[in-house]
Design a protein around this ligand. Structure first.
Ligand SMILES: [Zn+2]
Length: 172
């Protein structure tokens, strides 16, 4: 999914990362030499990004396996130092995993829309499944009689998106 060259130049990757760590996080990624190990304090000093923000970004990246750390113990003081290193080589896996998750959710939604019949209260705009509507005799708690709700447009849009994702993920 991500071509050779610098991954941070890829617009899709940038969008993905900004959603994950924000603009400041992306700025950190751009300034953090991928070959080097750094402590959070070194990174904050070098990039002039606030230490808390640096830490949040590192923890978030760690959760996606896009950063790793190594603990070093100072023999004199006993203090532990955490040395961080970027693992942007895992970016493809992280992107694929996120897309897989989105695909699962959309597929479930598609199935739900496909398998259910819907009723709507045109006064409050609440949509009920057939079973829920049947249980209260097609009368919304507000007193309005429900009408059948046609979800065909929504269902078609969902199907199109699910199909496109299935192709991208090579599930065809
Ligand atoms: Zn109502």
């Amino acid at each position: 999914m991500v071509e050779e060259g610098d991954v941070l130049d890829n617009p899709a990757v940038r969008t993905y990362l900004v959603r994950m760590v924000g603009e400041e996080g992306l700025a950190l990624l751009e300034k953090f030499d991928r070959e080097l190990e750094k402590t959070d304090e070194e990174l904050a000093a070098e990039t002039e990004i606030n230490l808390n923000s640096v830490r949040n970004t590192l923890y978030t990246l760690y959760g996606k396996r896009l950063a790793q750390y190594r603990r070093e113990k100072n023999q004199e003081t006993g203090w532990l130092t955490y040395k961080w290193k970027l693992r942007l080589d895992n970016l493809n896996d992280a992107l694929t995993q996120d897309m897989e998750n989105a695909f699962e959710k959309l597929s479930e939604r598609e199935m739900y829309e496909d398998e259910n019949d819907f009723y709507i209260c045109n006064t409050c705009g609440v949509v009920y499944t057939f079973n829920d509507a049947f249980a209260i005799e097609f009368t919304c708690p507000c007193g309005t009689h429900m009408e059948h709700f046609d979800n065909e447009l929504l269902l078609n849009a969902l199907k199109a998106r699910v199909d496109a994702m299935r192709t991208t993920l090579g599930k065809v």
